[in-house]
Design a protein. Structure first.
Length: 278
């Protein structure tokens, strides 16, 4: 009898052990399946782009600051500037220069490119306005207004070359409307762009000169003695556009849209331009 009890007890113990093992295996089967770790693919960097921007010389300082602001938001973009008179830049583009964006100091040059089918027309916009002023060396007292240009004390007057430099075209229009051009023509020396005229007056190589107000304001060596009278010349508007032959149309369009944006406005206004985009 005792042996029978031992046998029964052993069988019960074995059964319990088998049951415990089975439960353990069942628990393992229902354990949560670990989620495989997925390493995200790195974000692909934007393709590098180099833009060539031809801009009127009067935009030099403002555009350098614009470049820094734009590249800060678009680090894949590099920008090369060509600064010269608007007429010279127009001719370069007409002759096939690889340019992505053109910024002119007058609508005349932009219209010429439009008429030859060289622009992406929908990207064009007049976005800045400037003023024409008469300047003299900082310490000069011989000129206080346009009429003083006829004085014998004034030997040389700096103007932009009217055939290629917009400020020269505006200047001659102003002087004609003031009935002064014929009487001072013999004193006039013509500069290749507005910055050359500014330099002549800064160094007293010219007794007076006509430049944009924005150019005069960047120099501490000249002073403004007169603004062009209201109505004495057509408005000084600066248009921008993407060149149709650009190999970087998307990036170039994005850049001109930046020029038209509220982000660019305070930079241009800092240098004295009136921002026209509403």
């Amino acid at each position: 009898m005792k042996n029978l009890k031992k046998i029964v007890l052993s069988l019960v113990t074995i059964a319990l052990l088998v049951l415990m093992v089975a439960c353990g295996q069942s628990g393992n089967q229902h354990a949560a399946t670990p989620i495989p770790t997925v390493t995200p693919e790195p974000t692909q960097a934007a393709e590098p782009v180099n833009l060539t921007v031809s801009a009127a010389a009067s935009l030099t300082d403002a555009m350098e600051e614009i470049k820094a602001a734009y590249i800060n938001e678009n680090p894949n973009v590099t920008i090369d500037y060509i600064f010269a008179s608007s007429g010279s830049l127009q001719q370069q583009i007409e002759n096939g220069a690889e340019v992505d964006v053109f910024l002119s100091a007058a609508v005349k040059q932009m219209d010429a490119l439009k008429n030859k089918g060289l622009l992406i027309d929908e990207t064009r916009k007049d976005f800045l306005e400037n003023k024409v002023v008469l300047i003299v060396p900082k310490n000069s007292t011989s000129v206080t207004g346009f009429k003083d240009l006829t004085s014998e004390a004034v030997k040389q007057i700096g103007l932009g070359e009217p055939t290629s430099v917009p400020v020269g075209q505006y200047s001659e229009e102003i002087l004609k409307n003031l009935n002064l051009l014929d009487s001072i023509k013999s004193k006039v020396v013509y500069g290749k762009d507005v910055r050359e005229v500014l330099t002549w007056v800064e160094t007293s190589n010219a007794d007076a000169g006509m430049v944009y107000e924005t150019d005069a304001k960047i120099s501490d060596k000249v002073k403004i003695v007169a603004h062009a009278p209201e109505g004495s010349h057509v408005p000084v508007y600066y248009p921008a556009a993407v060149i149709k032959a650009s190999k970087n149309v998307d990036a170039a369009t994005d850049f001109v849209n930046f020029l038209y944006s509220e982000k660019a406005k305070p930079i241009f206004e800092k240098y004295g331009f009136a921002f026209m985009v509403k």
